[in-house]
Design a protein around this ligand. Structure first.
Ligand SMILES: Cc1ncc(COP(=O)(O)O)c(C=O)c1O
Length: 383
């Protein structure tokens, strides 16, 4: 492995990659660990599945649980945040007339999951419009809970929003929800590694996440956290043995150990991703990537003259930043940035406006942002 963390990735030379937030490539040490596990699986599958997997799964889960501040018994591996959210939607008890509250900053696929769950149980979706720019915790709490009613059973809310890249005040939100007896499911794939997590202390009902974003674990690794008060209702979407027969699953999490034969190596490599981050230093990672995100934010607002949508501090913004763009095509600009300039960065249409979302990881530096700003200046001029 290279001495500098920035040299630990082997990204393609033709690419400036500014989208770790959607798909976070693993560093070489993590890839190597995954390939080593894959070798053990492919060379002697019986030994791997029958003898090696259970202790390795337990250990990987223990390490991940420790990293996110949870008891291991409250957490299971799933392939991604989407799978975790589907488990919650299939398990949460909803009756006709109940309401599930989401914000208008939620990830589109998450909204679809809850639309289907609500349609099946004749429940309703309610949407709270959060302000933009976001300016204070009180403003967020007021906007969010003004859409709650006595029929609101569950709040589904991002820890860090996808279309707007804002860190929401999740502890305050959870406390207010508890006061109103509303269960809380936090959609947290962007939060793992970007911010410190203490899930047991947070005390939410469910937390869904992907490890293949900011933690840079292999693709196909995520988790579902379920508070003990909810665990009896939770079932895996794909029912299999759970644990090898003749034993039968005793705890909720045992049902998730064996969901049919598959490739569990992404899960087993999660400790390597945690180790990589700890060697860099979690705080060093957060500080460095946040500074670069601030640089991007400043350069982009100088270019467009448009104000960023959230305050410039680590309470609201981590390693990812959002900048408004003048009106224009979304897909055409994203494609031109890639095809003409080799820059992978998402252009987002949200609430009728166009934005650019820039993710900054350890392999990015100011020269990438400078290239992005030059390319954008040229493309916006010619629109
Ligand atoms: C807020 C949020 N929730 C859920 C997801 C789904 O994540 P995955 O595709 O890893 O399941 C994403 C993906 O970008 C997201 O940004």
């Amino acid at each position: 492995m290279a001495d500098e963390p920035s040299g630990s990735w082997r990204l393609r030379d033709d690419t400036i990659y500014l989208n770790h937030g959607s798909f976070g490539p693993p560093p070489e040490a993590v890839r190597a660990e995954r390939l080593a596990w894959l070798g053990r699986l492919d060379r002697q599958p019986m030994d791997f599945f029958v003898r090696q997997l259970a202790p390795a799964w337990d250990e990987a889960r223990r390490r991940l649980a420790e990293f996110v501040g949870a008891a291991a018994e409250n957490l299971v591996f799933v392939p991604n945040a989407t799978a975790a959210m589907n488990v919650v939607a299939a398990s949460f008890p909803l009756s006709s007339g109940d309401e599930v509250l989401l914000t208008d900053h939620e990830y589109g696929a998450v909204r679809r999951i809850w639309e289907r769950a609500c349609a099946r149980s004749k429940a309703k979706i309610a949407t709270a419009a959060l302000p933009l720019p976001i300016e204070s915790v009180e403003q967020v709490i007021d906007a969010l809970f003004s859409a709650a009613t006595p029929r609101t059973r569950l709040l589904v809310v991002s820890h860090i929003t996808s279309p707007t890249a804002v860190i929401l005040p999740i502890e305050d939100i959870r406390r207010e929800a508890e006061r109103r007896e509303i269960a809380v499911c936090v959609d947290g794939p962007h939060a793992v590694a970007q911010i410190e997590l203490r899930l047991d202390a947070l005390d939410c009902d469910y937390y869904t996440a992907s490890c293949h974003k900011w933690l840079s674990a292999p693709f196909g690794s995520g988790f579902l956290y379920v508070h003990p008060r909810r665990q009896t209702h939770v079932e895996p979407p794909i029912l299999s043995w759970g644990v090898p027969p003749p034993r039968r699953p005793a705890a909720w999490w045992e049902e998730f150990f064996w969901c049919g034969t598959g490739d569990p190596t992404p899960y087993l490599s999660v400790p390597a991703a945690i180790e990589f981050l700890k060697n860099v230093g979690c705080e060093a990672f957060r500080a460095q990537t946040h500074e670069l995100a601030r640089y991007a934010r400043r350069r982009l607002s100088e270019l467009t003259g448009l104000a960023p949508p959230a305050p410039d501090c680590r309470q609201w913004c981590g390693s990812m930043t959002l900048a408004p763009l003048p009106p224009g095509g979304r897909q055409s600009l994203q494609t031109a940035l890639w095809e003409k300039h080799g820059i992978e960065v998402p252009i987002i249409e949200w609430s009728g406006r166009r934005f650019i979302r820039v993710s900054c990881h350890l392999y990015n530096d100011t020269s990438h942002i400078d290239r992005l700003v030059e390319a954008l200046a040229e493309l916006l001029r010619s629109e």
